[in-house]
Design a binder for this molecule. Structure first.
Ligand code: ATP
Ligand code: MG
Length: 294
């Protein structure tokens, strides 16, 4: 069964940023890559401090959605707004963690300096020593603060190539956070982490949303580690998207239909939802794109 155009399960409430605009919004949006429409008719509203997961099989256009929100790729139909403006216009207010990044063991740059690049990365070539002392101290303090927020203080002085995948991930989340963005776009930040680390990073992201008021939109393959932190879920499949709260979208019937394979949603004794049989859990996630690699 097709889910095109977008089904919005929950009646749309206006979830707005303090200035009255939704933080992210798509209205009837469509995108084309390589002459092919990946999805169309997509409606989505994300409010301030909301945690949204983007789910769906390989190759359906999850990373492409993130690129549209970054302004790297235009929507060919409909309207896309980020913090009340066209995408790409608010770059310092939007933090981004791309898909599939890791540092080779030979990379000597310290974790702290990787985080610092989130502040200075766009001023490469401007000699940092010429920043005045107060600015340098403020930058150093902000880096230390955000490293502490993600729980990376113990290893942030080490070369990042010698940090584990989970440690690198936290440092990269710190880098994306260092400019105090209002929106954080994360493409599979839990990929390659073991289960305890997935849970810890998911809890960290939940805190960043709900305590710091940052809107987090993350692409994920396994919904279980993040499920009870989520405010909204977007499933992309069949050229459209299904949006709603986790309890509305994450049902056996809906997931079985979207993944075209039996998926069961169970409720545990403490009231949590668990998805069983969902394909493409991280352990078996490979680049199995139906139309070639991304
Ligand atoms: N520049 C491009 N030119 C042609 N095709 C592209 C381009 N970029 C992406 N695609 C294709 O668009 C589709 C969607 O890519 P995208 O990376 O958004 O998928 P995804 O849902 O993030 O998949 P995955 O779960 O594997 O990360 C893929 O089939 C990919 O090969
Ligand atoms: Mg992707």
């Amino acid at each position: 069964m097709s889910i095109h155009p977008t089904e919005t399960v929950r009646t749309e409430m206006e979830r707005t940023a303090p200035d009255g605009e939704p933080v992210l919004s798509l209205r009837g949006a469509a995108v084309r890559v390589g002459g092919r429409t990946l999805w169309s008719g997509v409606d989505l509203t994300v409010g301030a401090g909301e945690f949204t997961a983007v789910l769906g099989p390989n190759g359906v256009g999850k990373s492409t959605l993130v690129k549209v929100l970054l302004g790297l790729l235009p929507a060919v139909a409909g309207e896309v707004r980020v913090l009340g403006a066209a995408p790409g216009g608010h770059n310092t207010a939007v933090g981004y963690l791309p898909q599939r990044r890791n540092f080779d063991a030979s990379v000597r740059i310290r974790g702290l300096d990787v985080v610092r690049l989130g502040l200075d990365g766009d001023s490469w070539g401007i000699p940092v020593p010429f920043l005045n002392r107060a600015k340098r101290r403020a930058a150093r303090e902000r880096v230390e603060e955000v490293v502490e927020l993600v729980g990376a203080t113990a290893y942030a002085h080490r070369p990042i190539g010698q940090c584990s995948g989970g440690e690198q991930q936290r440092l990269l989340i710190a880098q994306a956070l260092v400019r105090r963005p209002r929106v954080l776009l994360l493409d599979e930040p839990l990929d390659s982490l073991d289960l305890p680390n997935q849970g810890a990073v998911a809890a960290l992201l939940g805190r960043i949303c709900h305590q710091e008021g940052v809107s987090v939109l993350m692409v994920a393959h396994d919904v279980n580690p993040i499920l009870h932190h989520l405010d909204r879920v977007v499933y992309i499949a069949d050229g459209g998207a299904l949006c709603g709260t986790p309890t509305e979208v994450i049902t056996s019937e809906t997931l079985t239909r979207l993944y075209r394979t039996p998926v069961e949603v169970l409720r545990t004794s403490d009231g949590r939802l668990v998805v069983v049989g969902q394909p493409e859990a991280p352990a078996i996630h490979t680049d199995r794109h139906p139309h070639g690699g991304s």
